[in-house]
Design a protein around this ligand. Sequence first.
Ligand code: NAP
Length: 710
Amino acid sequence: MIRNKLVVLYGSQTGQSESIATDIHEDGVFRNYDIELFCLKDEGKLFNISEINCAVMVCSTTGDGDPPENARKFIRNLNRKTLPENHLSQLNYALLGLGDSNYSTFCGGPKKLEKSLKKCGAKSYYNSAFADDATDMEDVIEPWLDGLWPAVEKFFSNKKACMSKNEENETTVIESSAENDTNSENNVINFSGVTAAKIQSCNKSDAQSTKQLNDKEITLNSKDTNFNINLQEVSTKFLDMRICSTQVPLEQCLQKGSDELSNLDLSLPCTFPIYLEIEYLENQLPTSGSYQNGTKFPVASGEIIEAKIDNIRQLTSDDALKRTLEFTLISDKMFDFKPGDSFGICCENEDSEVEWLIKRLALEKSADIPAQLSISKNTPKKSVPAFIPLVFTIRQALKTCFEIRSVPKKPFLRALVECTSDPAENRRLQELVSKQGASEYAQHVREANVCILDILATFVSCQPSFCLLAQHLPRLMPRRYSIANSPLGVSNAIKFAFNVTRFDSHPSRTFTRNGVCTGMLEKIFDKKHQKGLDKTVRIFPTKSTGFCLPDDLSRPIVMIGPGTGVAPFVGFLEHRLALKPSGDFVLGESWLFTGCRHQDKDFLYKDTLEDFKSNGALTHLKVAFSRDVTRPQPKYVQDSLKLCSHEMMKLILSSDAVFYICGDARNMAKNVRQCFIDMIAKCKNCSDEEANAGFKKVVSAKRYLEDIWT
Ligand code: NAP
């Protein structure tokens, strides 16, 4: 029996697709669809794809065009030769793919998924869209989401029409007559009655409704008169930290939009009610390892190790442009790994930010009381966010569960409109979520990378509940790092190196910040000098992407990794060195192309690499210094490659050498790829197209492997 309902499916590597799918599911729930949400990995367990009639799919890409780990089995199953061509002829789908055109295969994951669906006879009822992280994902995601619901609506009404026609003809065959519908103009958005009235009256600065909102605020805060003072203080403190840059005109910012916008009638997206309720459980202890339905977080496999920090060192000088740190972690339970593998760190939000948020939300009295979330009675939602422990404290949840630094999406800002009492602030938030204010949202929220802390520091009359935040804040995702050593050295230890991420100042941001995870690690490094090393970090293995040494170590290898991109190659070379005396084979020649800004400031692993060169693990070491002006070329790794083009062409065209590229995806990896294509064209005296085709052959033979990061 084919189920007449809507199913949202996702394949997600870092959680982004999962988060979009969750939003779609939520949206569907409040639009009164009979809707379910599943991960593709749960096919056969929680859902059966051959029983689904109408699906919305969100799938991302990992590695160089691979589907996410949790979608691979699903795709593999669809590609079984034994499946009939009409295996999924009942299935109609809408697909949103996520990818990054910095990688050579753009959106490879969702494209493979779509190919497999089509091969099995599934039909698309709404044009697939592929969002590009290299430009701006939202440019694609937003219009696609805008057109999704009208397309779903049309699908079901066509189906209904088709069914009644079939009934007239006294036939029981149910078939979809859906057509592709890309017309997002049909997207009429309905406001829920109360909200629309409130918004309209706010737009007109209606005194009565403003008063109502103010009353609401007074009821909330009047018991604690100190609170308003504290709130003012903390917000001012935040705003004082604002560093202004000249790039964005100050007369236009997060707080104040263009005059033109302030005179327009705004069309706003609909808002959804708060469906979560919090109950405090004075006598229970928080459960950090126990989640809804037995789900495991933050890693599905649950394989988390508490690793001790054994050593930390700074690899750059104090006056280097970027600070690079190397951590060594040890554990008796260390997972198996190969050089080239990466691993995840479960990071936590900064205490000062969590503390600020607690104060700002007036939750000081309840922040440390064990609590649990449940679903409000009168909403169609069925479950609370799975990544929040069954019993938690608000402080623990804000510290370990939510990405409080994430850029608030429009539905979140839309919900905040409802709890903002000051008319000017209320209007400005409306502008930012409105259709008319799309470019201001892009400029002052998305591109400015502001987070809920900035929003609450700027819009001081906005007083959301914890439940509203819990409903909208995404899950705090673990961060991935490359392992920079070999298990043949010390098997229970892993090393990794990273630059501390620092965010440039921006007028819309209200406080200075480092990356969540690198900032957390830097703090540990800074404290190390005061307190010694008694800290642990929670880590877990990630699946190998195939970025590893060839089994046959007599094959030549060429490693290209400027900056921290050199990290996995330190592991490669340590491994080769460890195997060198024991093997009855000759190590293949090895080349390392690396680069930094200044020889004496940020040449990472200088001594280690020179040692590898002298003990024979490394045959050729080529280093480019990009900002040592007194030095002659090469500036970048690709300049070094060109200087060795004769040897490189011999290795790429007439040997079985493996090329490895690690580091920045946006520029370096692209430039290096182009450099190889240019060198092939020159060497073979052929056209760019022919050189490109030759290069692609090397890639498909898995002789050109990338581990690149945006
Ligand atoms: P970086 O310090 O920013 O740059 C290293 C060198 O590369 C500098 O000399 C820089 O020169 C140069 N460079 C700049 N543009 C280039 C281009 N188009 N082509 C070639 N070289 C170029 O490097 P990084 O910050 O370490 O970045 C490495 C990347 O690897 C990051 O994206 C990082 O996320 C990633 N990665 C991370 C890990 C990890 O475990 N977290 C592991 C491996 C790699 P100028 O600045 O003078 O132009």
